[in-house]
Design a protein around this ligand. Structure first.
Ligand code: GRF
Length: 216
């Protein structure tokens, strides 16, 4: 099977990008990363891509007169690289209807909360302030709006007594690094169907037992 050519958009550290790069190294993985685009220069994610021999581009949003022009440049660059699927991996720009519509059901994002709880920024502090006992991350198809769209997969982690935003973020990040490659695999294999803005996974493995916090 030909592998699905995938572009990854980043703005920074790129640890989720690294998880995708590592997954793509497996010979049976159904996607390959053809291009990494950052809106910020000199970020660690660009180094990770270069080290893996992946083409990179920097498209600074400030160079453009408005969001539409910036997003057109993103699409042109992604399509010139042959990308048919796009992953947002810590990409810190809100994308508007033009881009989101063009890439509908071919654009996925990872977000560090159990959506629809805590869309937007600062999710770990907000989870601590809300006192939730389970937190986590979500991978979803992107629709217009902040962290909106059909959920493909989620991973939950416990919130522990004494957690700080940093300790909780680290626990969630480990879960992100497992969830994102799994969800990209499912999408690339064509196993994620969207109907009525809800997804169904064809042939999904049964999840593990219930996670209860506090432990019974
Ligand atoms: C991750 O927490 C991701 O969920 C969020 O931004 C962060 C990016 O981290 N959208 P990294 O750049 O992948 O290390």
């Amino acid at each position: 099977m030909p592998r699905v050519k995938t572009g990854v958009l980043i703005s920074g550290r790129g640890s989720n990008l690294q998880a995708l790069i590592d997954a793509c190294a497996a010979p049976d993985y159904p996607a390959e990363i053809v291009l990494v685009v950052s809106n910020a220069p000199d970020v660690q994610g660009l180094e990770r891509a270069a080290r893996a021999g992946i083409a990179t581009a920097v498209i600074p949003h400030r160079d453009f007169d408005g969001r539409a022009a910036f997003e057109d440049a993103l699409t042109q660059t992604l399509e010139a690289a042959g990308a048919g699927l796009v992953c947002l991996a810590g990409f810190m720009r809100v994308l508007t209807e033009g881009f989101v519509g063009h890439w509908r059901d071919r654009l996925i994002n990872i977000h560090p909360s159990l959506l629809p709880a805590f869309p937007g920024l600062d999710t770990h502090n907000r989870a601590l302030a809300a006192g939730v006992k389970l937190h986590g991350c979500s991978v979803h198809y992107v629709r217009e709006g902040v962290d909106a769209g059909p959920i493909i997969g989620q991973a939950a982690v416990p919130v522990l007594d004494g957690d700080t935003a940093e300790s909780l973020a680290a626990r969630v990040l480990e879960a992100e690094h497992r969830l994102f490659p799994l969800c990209l695999r499912l999408v690339a294999e064509g196993r994620v169907q969207v109907a009525g803005e809800v997804t169904r996974i064809e042939g999904g493995a049964a999840p593990g037992p219930v996670l209860i916090n506090p432990a019974p």
